[in-house]
Design a protein around this ligand. Structure first.
Ligand code: ZN
Length: 321
């Protein structure tokens, strides 16, 4: 018989697809298995049953990749508003079980900042999630800083989620093996490189000097960065470079989640570098199923108090739930 954890469980990287937005996905972005599709579009009985079976109390919902990051500027702001309005309706119908991260129309950075504020103030959204490059650009470029200014002002985090690598990167780095191992482009490695690069660029950009209270969430235990923080920090402190403490910024301004990565060695590395207060529970449903995540959390070699922080205490604090 499955035993629910004693504390509340909040999972914060749990995806769905909006029927209108997903019509804009093309090529490999649109291709999913039928079972995954069924779950992505389900915001009722199937989703809730699988949450109940695993003992997950709340899902913080976010759109799946690439979400609104590849929309053309002419339609981005208006379409994103309707996507978020529908998501707010889903949360309002079941506020005990669902909360949300907004989608942002990054093609229009000023509109994206306004949409963040609108969804946080009007609907109580917990922040926003962005997915990979925005129409081929990394999101640390200065033109996107209005989003971070607003996030800091509202005191909500921005979640940087992977998306498919840039097609040129895929061609040069992965094409030789993509036929036999299609997931090497995705969670096996491509997503990780893409998202870790985005996070490092964000630190190098100076945005945290301008907005020192900006909070960033990375999934998948920080996309390898907690393991690498010592080496990145030490290398960037060698002579000939601008003064910067990568470690201070990464360990203070970033939070990581357990999404799709149920490993004790990886967890302990994050605890040692970042502290348990910066680690939040997530599954990455429906790309990963709920029960293995909960079963793994029961086995992690931490105190019950620390497990409770990861399972929901940290989310309550960071997302004010
Ligand atoms: Zn995900």
């Amino acid at each position: 018989m499955f035993k629910k954890p004693a504390c509340p469980v909040i999972a914060i990287e749990e995806h769905y697809w909006d029927p209108e937005l997903s019509k804009h996905f093309v090529g490999p972005e649109a291709a999913r298995g039928s079972e995954t599709d069924e779950r992505l579009y389900d915001l009722g009985s199937l989703r809730l049953r699988e949450m109940d079976e695993a003992g997950i109390d709340v899902q913080v919902l976010s759109h799946g990749a690439p979400s609104t990051q590849k929309l053309p500027v002419e339609i981005a702001a208006e379409l994103t508003r309707s996507v978020n309005d529908r998501l707010a309706g889903i949360c309002a119908a079941n506020p005990a079980r669902f909360a949300a991260f907004a989608a942002l129309p990054t093609a229009d950075p000023a509109a994206a900042a306004d949409e963040l504020e609108r969804t946080v103030r009007t609907y109580g959204f917990k922040g926003a999630m962005v997915h990979g490059m925005a129409n081929g650009e990394f999101l640390d470029l200065k033109k996107y800083w209005p989003i971070y200014e607003r996030a800091e002002k509202l005191d909500v985090p921005i979640y940087f989620h992977p998306s498919l690598p840039n097609p040129t990167v895929t061609e040069i780095y992965y094409q030789d093996y993509a036929k036999d191992f299609p997931l090497v482009v995705r969670p096996a490695w491509g997503y990780t490189v893409e998202t870790a690069t985005q996070a490092i660029r964000l630190v190098l950009s100076g945005v945290f000097e301008k907005y020192p209270k900006l909070k960033i969430i990375l999934g998948h235990f920080g996309e390898t960065l907690p393991f690498l923080v010592w080496r990145i920090d030490a290398s960037l402190k060698r002579p000939g470079q601008k003064p910067l403490s990568f470690r201070d910024i990464f360990c203070n301004n970033f939070y990581v989640t357990t999404s799709g990565f149920f490993s004790n060695p990886a967890l302990l590395c994050c605890v040692m570098e970042m502290g348990v207060d910066h680690i939040l529970f997530a599954v990455d449903w429906p790309f990963v199923m709920n029960p293995p995540a909960i079963e793994w959390m029961r086995s992690v070699p931490l105190s019950d108090e620390d497990k409770a922080k990861i399972l929901s205490g940290n989310a309550k604090r960071l997302l004010r739930m």
